[in-house]
Write a protein that binds this ligand. Structure first.
Ligand code: FMN
Length: 180
């Protein structure tokens, strides 16, 4: 699958997973794609905890208010950032952007390998869920899970939501397209 096909096929999957494990070699390949993402000042700030231990996976899956994909995930990838990021360039840090770039690379790798996932971020910020999962994963003080990816082989076929038209969000030369 080339990169444009992976971009077109990537979608948030919240449905059931097959009862089929995700081999470590594939999890490692997915995270390797995250490691190779660009980062501000090449600081490579995002850390990754790959959860494939059945007991740990189950403890995350059983947290309240998850979706079906989280309840049936065969593995999770937790993306870790600093609670108080250090500035790396002129007083600025880029940890959120670094993490997002890594996540998108991993979403494309997940798609290319025939797995499915969904970018879980908002859910983590409610009821101290990020902190609770962080405790399960032995995160040291000062580190927090920013994004969680439940991974598995999708049972159902889903597709990407329709995106707004090019003309509605993108223009050549001037915002809004005037004088193009
Ligand atoms: C920053 C960010 C946070 C997100 N947080 C969640 C989340 O907590 N739970 C969830 O089910 N989906 C979450 N999503 C997935 C979005 O809902 C999804 O990408 C969007 O609806 C577009 O659908 P698509 O991914 O299928 O194209 C998040 C996506 C992003 C980029």
């Amino acid at each position: 699958m080339d990169v444009f096909e992976a971009i077109a096929k990537r979608h948030s999957y919240r449905g059931p997973f097959r009862d089929q494990p995700v081999p470590r070699a594939d999890l490692q390949r997915i995270v390797q794609a995250g490691l190779q993402a660009p980062s501000g000042k090449n600081a490579q700030t995002t850390g990754f905890v790959i959860v494939d231990d059945t007991e740990l996976v189950g403890r995350i899956s059983r947290l309240p208010a998850t979706n079906t994909a989280m309840q049936q995930a065969k593995a999770f990838i937790a993306c870790i950032v600093d609670v108080h990021p250090e500035a790396v360039y002129e007083g600025h840090d880029f940890q959120v952007e670094d993490c997002a770039a890594a996540v998108e690379n991993m979403l494309l790798a997940v798609t290319a390998l025939g797995y499915a996932t969904v970018w879980i971020d908002g859910w983590l910020r409610v009821d101290r869920r990020a902190e609770k999962i962080g405790e399960l994963l032995n995160l040291p003080a000062g580190k927090i899970i920013r994004v969680l990816l439940p991974i598995g082989v999708p049972e159902e076929t889903r597709s990407q939501k329709e995106t707004k038209l090019f003309e509605a969000r993108a223009w050549f030369n001037r915002y809004g397209g005037a004088g193009a």
